[in-house]
Write a protein that binds this ligand. Structure first.
Ligand code: NDP
Length: 336
């Protein structure tokens, strides 16, 4: 099969937002390869998702060293598909990877040392078959390694040409401000932060988004659909092909409580009243804040990606809708 990208893929100019105060624009919806791109997943489905995403104007694919089962296999899958289908389009793509979680045995395959970060980046590039990635992230803060060393490794990744930009993920407001200052001093400013943010996880509102705005750093928020909970996926039970059933490492059936489902049902009704699906409303909601550059989704089919990009049709929230959402999110179980 030969892939020819849709000629009209850049027609939706409203899809792109500037990442902080940088020169880089990212699509409001980016695609992450954490799930469904590993060695044990359906390769043809993975390929179709990347094709559909690119045809819809999604130019950003996000990875980490440990994505896929086994860890590293999502990078290998993307590497194969890049070589087969996207070789002529590399400069139209923003590809990111990360290091920070447990990747290989021994003291050098985890956390935030220079030793770990730079050797992991080399391994990622080999799996991806690329000479450089666009963004290299430190995946999580390391309480033991001096931040100067971690930021120095990110800066070195950029200076050596192995990454175009540096990013951080899962850092709190204070660590973010410190890393931003260090990276600025090193001449390789922090482009982007990747926090978890959704209607069900509001932590970035407690200071982080304000720091990012002040520092001119973009935010790409992960799990904006709470791994599928903020969609119609679990409204009628637990489908066999859904993440909570198929994988269960991170989203477990017991996380899908009746309390959460009651809220999801109310949010779904509100979304339908707005003429959109719940996943579309949940994405528009994280993107309502101008500090958020992109919502980083996962998907298990091309159709889900299509539906999610459809959120562009209605990104506006009235004050009434926003307060109704707050009311639903803060409501006690069973309306008590
Ligand atoms: P989401 O919250 O978007 O969840 C994705 C899942 O939601 C899909 O796999 C699918 O579940 C379901 N879904 C998506 N769209 C629809 C739809 N339209 N209708 C119904 N169900 C839908 O994000 P993820 O949790 O997957 O995370 C996204 C990305 O964020 C990752 O791939 C990764 O790149 C990044 N990430 C970063 C982390 C970090 O520490 N920096 C941590 C975690 C993620 P199903 O498979 O059941 O169909």
């Amino acid at each position: 099969m030969v892939y020819t990208p849709a000629p009209k893929r850049y027609e939706r100019s409203s899809l792109y937002r500037r990442c902080g105060k940088s020169g880089l624009k990212l699509p409001q919806i980016s695609l992450g390869l954490w799930h469904n791109f590993g060695e044990s997943d359906d390769f043809d489905n993975a390929r179709s998702m990347l094709w559909r995403a690119f045809d819809l104007g999604i130019t950003h694919f996000d990875l980490a060293n440990n994505y896929g089962k086994p860890g590293g296999s999502a990078e290998r899958t993307l590497g194969r598909i890049l070589a087969m289908d996207f070789a002529a389009h590399r400069d139209e793509l923003v590809i990111s990877t990360k290091a920070g979680y447990d990747m290989w045995p021994g003291p050098y395959g985890d956390f935030g040392s220079r030793k770990y970060l730079l050797s992991s980046l080399d391994q990622s590039l080999a799996r991806l078959g690329l000479p450089y990635v666009d963004i290299f992230y430190h995946h999580r803060p390391d309480p033991e390694t001096p931040l100067e060393e971690t930021c120095g490794a990110l800066a070195q990744a950029v200076r050596s040409g192995r990454a175009l930009y540096a990013g951080i993920s899962n850092y709190g407001p204070e660590g973010t401000a410190q890393a931003a200052e260090l990276l600025r001093q090193m001449g390789t400013p922090c482009l982007i932060h990747q926090p978890r943010y959704s209607m069900f996880d509001r932590r970035p509102e407690q200071g982080l988004l304000a720091v990012l705005e002040r520092e001119g750093i973009g935010a790409i928020v992960f799990s904006p659909l709470e791994q599928g909970l903020l969609s119609n996926r679990y409204l009628n039970g637990l489908p066999d092909d859904a993440r909570a059933v198929r994988d269960g490492r991170f989203l477990k059936p017991e996380h899908i409580t009746s309390e959460k489902l009651a809220k999801v049902q109310k949010l779904d009704a509100l979304a339908r009243g707005r003429g959109q699906s719940l996943s579309q409303m949940a994405l528009a909601w994280v993107l309502r804040n101008p500090a958020v550059t992109s919502a980083l989704i996962g998907a298990s089919s091309p159709r889900q990606i299509e539906e999610n990009v459809g959120m562009l049709e209605n990104q506006h929230f009235s004050r009434g809708e926003l307060s109704l959402i707050e009311e639903i999110l803060s409501s006690a179980p069973h309306g008590a």
